[in-house]
Design a protein around this ligand. Sequence first.
Ligand code: RIB
Ligand code: CA
Length: 312
Amino acid sequence: MAPRKIIIDTDPGQDDAIAILAAFGSPELDVLGITAVAGNVPLPLTELNARKLCELAGRPETKVFAGCARPMVRDLVTAEEVHGKTGLDGPDLPDPTMPLQPEHAVDWIIDTLMTEPAGTVTLCPLGPLTNIAMAMVKEPAIVPRIEEIVLMGGGYFEGGNTTPAAEFNIYVDPHAAHVVFASGVKLTKAPLDVTHKALMNRKFIEDLRALGTPVGIASAQMLDFYERFDMERYGQDGGPLHDPCVIAFLLKPDLFVGKQCAVQIDIHSELSMGATLVDWWGQTDRPKNCFVLNRVDAEGFFALMLERLARL
Ligand code: RIB
Ligand code: CA
């Protein structure tokens, strides 16, 4: 079976990093390119981190593009308190020698979707949805050509992690999320309701370190740094590994349980801006536009992540 063609849109971010590395360690996936977006840290750092990760994975031939430097309407909000000032605090990764592609990420997403056979490319957004929404606005013809969008974002039963109502990726660019969720594209999302059930433990991090490879050691160093924030906030014995849930769903969807629901984004209220309003109980006749994941086999998820990173 031919590998599934994917574009990873990302704001690395330690959890983005594990997702990117897992994708590179999975022959079932063909990473056509990586598009960076402003989110956890500003764009100059997210694109730099994306290239650092490609070289860490031994994939310097990967095309990396810089996308949007700010959300569509609101000012950029970043998360250095979680990810550190570099966005990838933990390991000391060397500056990349591989080039940043000259084309803007939004234009490359459009060109790729218009060139590849319709319905053969899956988009995997791991950060704010600015690049994806801007591509849809600039060239609406791409929407029916997208095979599926599988993203990390939102929270419903779990609430938010940036405000009481909103999760970071959606909160940073709620208008972009509105464009994507209203587009009619085939959509699956991994919200906090599922990622907060994928809590790392010390064994997972030590198993990564015990690989003894540059990827294993650097990943352990990233997660040592990254997990402290959520452990302090939630008082649990491990932080949630958000973005890798997207890649795990592509590889082994049976690890997850979800439900097709109507999901809308609050873009009106300052109190709940960026909230993902999930009609979980089918109380409205709104279109069921999103497959919402809410349970995961955590043991199977972490075993899969370790096994894929071990291949690099
Ligand atoms: O809320 C978690 C999400 O926000 C993850 O994608 C993390 O990397 C940050 O971007
Ligand atoms: Ca992210």
